[in-house]
Design a protein around this ligand. Structure first.
Ligand SMILES: Cc1cc2nc3c(=O)[nH]c(=O)nc-3n(C[C@H](O)[C@H](O)[C@H](O)COP(=O)(O)OP(=O)(O)OC[C@H]3O[C@@H](n4cnc5c(N)ncnc54)[C@H](O)[C@@H]3O)c2cc1C
Ligand code: FES
Length: 278
C-alpha cells in the first residue's frame, strides 16, 4: 500500500481511475436515514480494492456542483455493479436518496489506496463505526480466512450490514453507546478483549469510523504491537489531490515531527504507526 514512505505527489487521476457515466439500478432505503444504491458500473467495478471510494457527481442541481465521496461497499464483477451505503446528512445525500433507477450518475473512481491485503497467516479484525462498515465489508468478503469484526454505533438503528458480515463467516460483535443492542459501550472495549485473547498470534486490524474512534483503535493496536490500518473520512472537495481540504497529520522527520498529507490521494487508509496523533 502507499504509506508515508511511499507518498505520492501530484494528482490522483491515473490509469487505475475512471470517470464513468453509470446507471442507477436500485436506490432503496436500507433503514432509518441509510440508503443502499447500486450502479451499473462495468468500467470501475472490476478494479476495486477494499477500502477505495468513488467521487459522485449529483446530476440534479447547480447547488450541488461538488462531487461527494462514498466508500465502495460492494461490487459484483460478473454483473459489473457497484453499491454504496450512505446516510442522509445534508443536501447532497438527500438529493442522492431521491434519484430513481435509470438515472445516469457520473462516478470518478476507484479512488484512494484501499486496505492492504492480509496474508492468511494473520487473524483479521475489522472495526467499523456507523457507515464505516461500508468501507470494510469488502475486506471481510475477500479475506482468505474469516476473522472477527466489531460493529459499533451510538444506537441500534445505526448498526448496518450485520447479516452481510455474518454471511462472510466472520464472527460479528456489536456495541452500542446506549446499550440498545449488543454490548453497551464502545468498539475498543471489545477490541481490547480480542487483542488480549489472541496474544501471541499474528493479527491485523482494519478500521473505519469517526476520527476519535480511529485514534483509539490505532493506539490500542500499537499497545498490543499489532498493525492497524485506519481509513479516514475527511471532508473532500476534489477527491484527486488538487485542493488540500482533506489533509491529516502524518509523522515526518522534520522539526515539527509531522507533515500534512492528502487523505484522498495518499490515503484514505494509513497505518496507525504513521499517523501523528496530537
Ligand atoms: C473517503 C470517504 C468515504 C465516505 N464514505 C461514506 C459512506 O460510505 N457512507 C456515507 O454515508 N458517507 C460517507 N462519507 C461521507 C460523505 O461523503 C458525506 O456524508 C457526504 O459528502 C455529505 O454530503 P451532503 O451534501 O449530504 O452533506 P453536506 O450538506 O455537504 O454536509 C452536511 C454536514 O456534514 C458534514 N460533512 C460533510 N462531509 C463530511 C465528511 N466527509 N466527514 C464528516 N462530516 C462531513 C458537513 O460539515 C456538514 O456539517 C465518506 C467520506 C469520505 C471522505
Ligand atoms: S479532496 Fe482535494 S486534495 Fe483531497
Amino acid at each position: 500500500m502507499k504509506n508515508v514512505k511511499g507518498k505520492k505527489t501530484g494528482f490522483a487521476m491515473s490509469l487505475n481511475n475512471f470517470q464513468e457515466n453509470t446507471q442507477i439500478l436500485e436506490n432503496k432505503n436500507y433503514k432509518g436515514d441509510y440508503y443502499c444504491i447500486t450502479f451499473q458500473a462495468p468500467i470501475i467495478s472490476p478494479s476495486v480494492v477494499p477500502g477505495q471510494f468513488v467521487h459522485l457527481q449529483l446530476p440534479t442541481s447547480p447547488n450541488l456542483l461538488l462531487r461527494r465521496p462514498f466508500s465502495i461497499y460492494n461490487v459484483d464483477t460478473k454483473l459489473g455493479t457497484l453499491s454504496l451505503i450512505y446516510k442522509v446528512i445534508g443536501k447532497g445525500s438527500k438529493a442522492l436518496s431521491m434519484l430513481l433507477p435509470g438515472t445516469v450518475v457520473n462516478l470518478l473512481g476507484p479512488l484512494g489506496n484501499g486496505f492492504p491485503t492480509a496474508t492468511n497467516k494473520k487473524s483479521v479484525i475489522i472495526v467499523a463505526g456507523g457507515y464505516g462498515c461500508a468501507s470494510t465489508y469488502l475486506v471481510a468478503k475477500t479475506a482468505v480466512a474469516p476473522g472477527c469484526c466489531v460493529l459499533g454505533a451510538r444506537t441500534k438503528d445505526d448498526i448496518l450490514v450485520e447479516n452481510e458480515f455474518k454471511q462472510t463467516g466472520f464472527e460479528v460483535n456489536i456495541t452500542t453507546n446506549d446499550g440498545s443492542y449488543g454490548h453497551k459501550g464502545i468498539v475498543t472495549d471489545v477490541l481490547e478483549q480480542k487483542l488480549n485473547s489472541i496474544q501471541n498470534q499474528p493479527a491485523v486490524v482494519y478500521a473505519c469510523g469517526p476520527n476519535a474512534m480511529l485514534e483509539a483503535v490505532g493506539k490500542l493496536a500499537m499497545k498490543h504491537h499489532v498493525n492497524s490500518y485506519l481509513s479516514f473520512d475527511m471532508p473532500m472537495c476534489c477527491g484527486v489531490g488538487a485542493c488540500f481540504t482533506c489533509v491529516i497529520k502524518i509523522k515526518a522527520a522534520n522539526s515539527d515531527g509531522w507533515e500534512y498529507v492528502r487523505t484522498c490521494y495518499t490515503g484514505p487508509v494509513f497505518e496507525a504507526n504513521d499517523v501523528y496523533f496530537e
